[in-house]
Design a binder for this molecule. Structure first.
Ligand SMILES: [Zn+2]
Length: 682
């Protein structure tokens, strides 16, 4: 979802909320009626605005490319003053006469050109309004319209040349396809609920439409706005329409009826991934990727409930990314398999483990994704909070909480404490300490079993565990795996101090115990629980390449692979590098040479699960000491060359089997954590 509010807007929002206490007797709802004429080719923008501001003392911002040319109330001209500048944004001020509620403004100018050099990071930082014939984006944060109040209703009519189409979030009230009298395309959109901003998009699109009937309420209008090239990809537009319908039905059922009457998938010339009310605006290149419909589309559809349906009260923290990640990305993995869901939790905890200590922020202080460390908290930790919450209060109470949250807060600002309140009601108990520790504290606990002992008592076995955690201690319910000869049972233990002694009664003498092997609790993982994956080699700062075959074309293929695989060029190293130094080493060669080199270096042999399969294999070696080692082993030079394209894309894996260019099988090494032996306490 896009970031909507800058610091100034946040201050204005706080002031606005303070001014809207019940009984303060405000006049009409703030609203904006906008008539826009945009010519992307020349970047000319002309608009007439009818504004009902929150107060007669009306201050608003416009991008420096836009100038107010006239202002009036009921036909009487009015003075407009400039009021300061904040970077490229100019402040304006109008004093409405007593009794006047509505103001007419004419403004316009030549917009900046679309900056195609922006990468996804640049896009995340907030953009000015930009136009070009290949695509125009006037973001809500780009100050391209006079905003009447932090929350307001609007109606926007936009007119573009006949080969262009344009839209803003909202209900499509009318549409005139060219050729109209002037050969232009013209459409009107209404947003009757209180919106936080308006994004305007235009492009040389082909529109496809499907109407979806609903049991209750008006039918939904589903659309794609794709470039001619994208629209020509067989099945792509239809696939997006069908999958959008599927997600809208799913979340309508799970949360409450979809609050709008349209949903559109709109192609952007920029690498965006924005969810706005009634639409998602995604990079055209992104839309072509095969997995987007299975993941990101659902995530963006869900933002119509979380973020664009219930608004985020940013000063108190952004809960919407975590809840959306939990109910979309994570839910899809959960439905796929228990292993896939665990792999996603491991990914969050791995990213968290990679954030340098002291660089972590609390979840309550997360506003939006600006760097990787923030994403690890705002998406990963936040989604994990909901995993832990559902585990703590149960599926039924969790679902009730979600539905109530939607009913009570739709089109209003909501905070973490509003979420806490609905889940407390649903669970029938206080969740104060739960929310307090996971939201307010940065980082996470490091927990370990310091001692495990067992004693036979009257036909039963009493297991006594000493559990230690870092300071300040967290109150946690931790799954405990108890391993018996031939069987495994899972119980849970409650801890809350830096050192806890807990007892568990079992039927027989266990061999050992393990804390939370399934990774259901947010914490600092031990090295044993972080299986090595290829990305650690891909991003290594000074990687080393160890060639173990002497055949010329094999060595040449290995060099090419190394160039493709590592982000920083690898140094050629001798076989000693497998046991010396600290930087990751990649061992490459033909099968027999690899096996011999592993034996010479005293490293574990080729895993049995990979031996003899496919034309090439790659795997990482989990070892307690020594430099990290990964292996690429091929049957011949061609098999090695076939990996140039695919291998760098599998950074999230610990091992792969390839047949030529195709990955036959892949996975992450199991890493349940250390098994703590149970001592006989007689
Ligand atoms: Zn999102």
């Amino acid at each position: 979802m896009r970031v909507r509010l800058g610091p100034q807007a946040l201050l204005a929002l706080a002031a606005f909320l303070a001014a809207t206490v019940p009984g303060s007797g405000r006049a009409a709802t703030p609203s904006l009626e906008l008539d826009v004429e945009l010519d992307p080719g020349t970047r000319r923008f002309q608009a007439v605005a009818q504004v009902v501001p929150a107060s007669r003392d009306f201050r608003f911002d416009l991008h420096e490319s836009l100038k107010v040319t006239a202002a009036s109330v009921d036909g009487t001209p009015l003075r407009v003053d400039r009021a300061g500048r904040d970077g490229p944004v100019l402040g304006w001020h109008v004093q409405l006469p007593v009794g006047a509620a509505s103001l007419r403004l004419e403004y316009g100018g030549t917009l900046p050109a679309l900056d195609r050099s922006l990468d996804d990071r640049g896009v995340l930082r907030g953009l000015p309004p930009m136009a070009s014939s290949e695509g125009s984006f006037l973001p809500a944060t780009g100050a391209w319209y006079p905003q009447p109040a932090p929350l307001f209703a609007y109606r926007v009519t936009v007119s573009v040349p006949g080969d262009q189409r344009a839209l803003v979030p909202g209900r499509l009230a009318s549409e005139v396809l060219p050729p109209d009298r002037a050969g232009r395309y013209r459409a009107s959109f209404e947003f009757a609920e209180r919106a936080t901003g308006i994004d305007l998009m235009a492009g040389p699109w082909v529109i496809r439409e499907k109407i979806m009937s609903r049991a209750i309420g008006a039918p939904l209008r589903l659309r794609t706005y794709f470039s001619r090239e994208l629209d020509a990809v067989t099945g792509l537009a239809d696939g997006y329409l069908d999958d959008s319908r599927r997600y809208l039905e799913l979340y309508g059922e799970e949360i409450g009826a979809y609050p709008f009457t349209e949903f559109s998938v709109v192609a952007s010339p920029l690498p965006t991934g924005f969810g706005m009310p009634t639409l998602t605006y995604m990079g055209a290149e992104v839309l072509k990727l095969p997995f987007i419909r299975a993941t990101s589309l659902g995530h963006e559809v869900l933002h119509n409930w979380w973020g664009n349906g219930v608004y985020v009260d940013y000063p108190t923290g952004n809960w919407s990314e975590g809840l959306t990640t939990f109910m979309a990305d994570y839910a899809y993995k959960d439905r796929e398999s228990a292993e896939a869901a665990r792999a996603m939790r491991l990914g969050w905890l791995r990213d968290f483990a990679a954030v340098p200590a002291g660089n972590t922020q609390s979840l309550a202080s997360f506003r939006s994704r600006t760097h990787g460390a923030a994403a690890s908290v705002g998406y990963g930790k936040s989604a994990m909070l909901f995993v832990m919450l559902r585990d703590a209060i149960g599926e039924d109470a969790f679902r009730r909480g979600i539905r109530t949250f939607w009913e009570q807060h739709r089109f209003r600002l909501a905070s973490w404490s509003d979420l806490q309140a609905v889940f407390e009601t649903a669970a029938g108990r206080s969740l104060a300490s739960f929310f307090e520790q996971w939201l307010k504290r940065p980082g996470g606990p490091a927990v370990k079993i310091a001692h495990a002992g067992a004693k036979k008592e009257a036909g039963r076995v009493r297991l006594t565990l000493t559990v230690e955690q870092s300071a300040p201690p967290y109150a946690m319910r931790l799954p405990l795996e108890i391993v018996f000869p031939g069987s495994v049972v899972t119980r849970s233990i409650d801890i809350g101090r830096q050192r806890d002694v807990v007892t568990v009664d079992v039927d027989a003498l266990p061999e050992g115990v393990r804390l939370d092997p399934d990774l259901r609790v947010w914490r600092v993982l031990e090295r044993e629980q972080l299986p090595p994956i290829l990305r650690q080699w891909v991003i290594a700062r000074a990687p080393r390449l160890v060639q173990v075959s002497s055949v010329g074309d094999v060595r040449e293929a290995a060099m090419l692979l190394s160039k493709r695989f590592f982000e920083t060029p690898a140094q050629a190293a001798s076989q000693d590098a497998l046991n010396q130094g600290t930087e990751p080493a990649l061992l490459v060669g033909l099968h027999a040479d690899v096996d011999a080199a592993l034996a010479r270096a005293g490293l574990p042999p080729r895993p049995v699960s990979l031996a003899g399969r496919g034309s090439a294999q790659a795997w990482t070696i989990a070892r307690a000491a020594g430099p990290p080692v990964a292996v690429v082993s091929a049957k011949d030079a061609d098999a090695l060359r076939a990996l140039l394209g695919p291998l760098p894309h599998y950074g999230a894996q610990s091992w792969l089997v390839f047949d030529d260019r195709r990955a036959l099988d892949r996975g992450v090494w199991p890493a349940p954590g250390r098994l703590i032996a149970v001592q006989d306490d007689r």
